[in-house]
Design a protein around this ligand. Structure first.
Ligand SMILES: Nc1ncnc2c1ncn2[C@@H]1O[C@H](COP(=O)(O)OP(=O)(O)OP(=O)(O)O)[C@@H](O)[C@H]1O
Length: 500
């Protein structure tokens, strides 16, 4: 992973302003699970998914299904079973269909739903999430399974064009390789990504001044891939793209909270902030909570919740098809999780139409109230990103006057000091610790007591990169720094920090 990072074009690695994450969302408006991956709703229900011998848990899974291209329900069932048989139980070495875990598979054409239970065993199994995610992925990848999005791509694209309208240099990365939406939402003249033969980097396509990369522009169509392949493709697309100078990179994340999100949040593109997109009728507290928790674990602050499809206006009246109370629920999310801002978007035929005809609503109707909402969201995102960057850039610094590394924990008053040699001696990278045996390669005495860092740079919101005089570049996550022995009885410094 470090190699990938090192191989990435400098233009991507050092954008002048942070990338922005457009995150996953809660379940689908139609009450069926999103066809493309793992919606939080399904995850939230997953109690007792485990392939161990005790039989406890039962889970009902639903998926939207468009039957048009499936010859019969029986064919569709076979499709689902073949897809699920890609999932191998690591304990038994056999796929979950052969293991007999899949029960009561039903496909209701009327309801356009696929449902089945995975009759697994004991709760609290460490790999239940893996089963959850894989089952979502493989069923979602079936070509006839209908999409049921909450509007992530709609929000991502309109936010990107709003930021561009504010004068920023913006890129959009569509991270959904199972069913990329970007190609239907914008209509660039060049619909194929081009590889620069000399630098071997991918050149993004461009539409109305916004650069964009999507698997849908790679000429491959919908992908049917396993998890590691997906991460690989995302890595490759993101790290080999020559974005040029960007102020913001908006990433349209696939639904769910799996490996792909981890890869995106930490490895490929250290992200600055997340915007949660949800819909009112499914604004289950636990679903948003799952997303917020994932981002919080990955040290990506959620700066706003967009509640999409809240109401519509007709005959001079405003209708709330999911009830007016849903807004209060969203406000609860904002309050309880400390997410500073909530934005409502209406159900609007033009928003849908423009989503499907290639002109984002904020471009088609820049004076409309949807554009105004996006303008407010854009301002919020810009301000929050600036605040986060400011916090991050001063979070860890070297105070030469007292020869100590000063750590200010973001969003808290906590501040502590560390001895530079302690930080260097506690490096956990492969250069310092044998990855297999855990044996310490760098010995205590190898690090001079008076070593001083040359440069400290933030890496996303979760770590700093410290360059030492011998050229060694240490990645120090904040969590790790918080565990180290702190300096006490050091005089409070009055001079400014040297580097951050
Ligand atoms: N506020 C809205 N009013 C009307 N239609 C909308 C609205 N928001 C989204 N849509 C439409 O709903 C469909 C799904 O939206 P979108 O693709 O943005 O969702 P998504 O969450 O990205 O979905 P997926 O996870 O399947 O990619 C699209 O056809 C889009 O145009």
């Amino acid at each position: 992973m470090r190699n990938l990072r090192a191989a990435a074009p400098a233009s991507f690695l050092a954008p002048p302003a942070p990338p922005l994450l457009l995150p996953p969302s809660t379940p689908t408006p139609r009450g069926a699970f999103s066809a493309k991956a793992s919606p939080a709703a399904a995850v939230a229900q997953a109690h007792g998914w485990c392939p161990s011998p005790r039989r406890v848990g039962r889970l009902r899974r639903r998926s939207g299904a468009a039957s048009s291209s499936v010859a019969s329900v029986e064919d569709a069932k076979k499709d689902v079973l073949v897809a699920l048989s890609q999932i191998i139980d690591p304990d038994f070495g056999t796929d979950i269909v052969s293991c007999g875990f899949v029960k009561d598979l039903e496909i209701s054409e009327a309801l356009e739903e696929v449902s089945f239970r995975l009759e697994l065993t004991t709760p609290a199994c460490p790999i239940k999430d893996m089963f959850e995610e894989k089952a979502n992925e493989v069923v979602a990848a079936l070509p006839w399974v209908k999409k049921g999005g909450v509007g992530k791509s709609t929000v991502a694209v309109n936010l990107a064009y709003t930021l561009a309208g504010m004068g920023a240099r913006v890129g959009i990365f569509d991270a959904d390789v199972f069913g990329p939406s970007l190609p239907t939402m914008v209509s660039p003249e060049n619909r194929l990504l081009v590889m620069n033969p000399e630098s071997r980097s991918i050149l993004p396509t461009e539409y109305l001044g916004v650069k964009m990369v999507s698997f849908g522009f790679a000429g491959q169509g919908r992908a049917i891939m396993r998890g590691p392949m997906v991460s690989g493709v995302i890595n490759q697309l993101l790290t080999t793209t020559d974005w040029g100078e960007l102020d913001y990179l908006v990433i349209d994340m696939p639904p769910g909270t799996g490996d792909i999100h981890l890869t995106l949040c930490q490895v490929v593109a250290p992200l600055t902030a997340a915007v949660i997109v949800t819909t009112p009728q499914k604004l289950a507290f636990i679903d948003v909570a799952k997303g917020v928790r994932m981002f919080s674990k990955l040290k990506v602050p959620c700066v706003a919740v967009v509640e999409n499809m809240c109401y519509f206006d007709a005959d001079g009246k405003r209708f709330y098809p999911f009830g007016q109370g849903s807004g209060a629920q969203a406000r609860k999310v904002v309050q309880q999780f400390g997410i500073p801002h909530l934005f409502d978007l209406p159900i609007r035929p033009t928003l849908s139409a423009s989503g499907d005809t290639g002109i984002p609503e904020v471009v088609a109707d820049p004076q409309g109230d949807v554009a105004k909402t996006f303008q407010n969201l854009g301002v919020c995102v810009v301000q929050q990103c600036a605040k986060i960057r400011q916090q991050v850039s001063t979070a860890v610094s070297y105070d030469r006057s007292i020869r100590a590394i000063r750590v200010k924990v973001p969003d808290s008053d906590e501040e502590f000091l560390l001895h530079p040699a302690t930080v260097r001696r506690n490096d956990r990278s492969a250069q310092s610790v044998d990855e297999w045996t855990g044996e310490q390669k760098v010995q205590y005495g190898d690090i001079p007591e008076d070593i001083e860092p040359e440069e400290i740079r933030p890496m996303g919101n979760y770590a700093v990169s410290i360059t030492w005089p011998d050229g060694f570049s240490q990645i120090a996550p904040y969590d790790q720094l918080e565990m180290l022995e702190r300096l006490v009885d050091v005089p409070r410094a009055t001079t400014a920090a040297v580097s951050s």
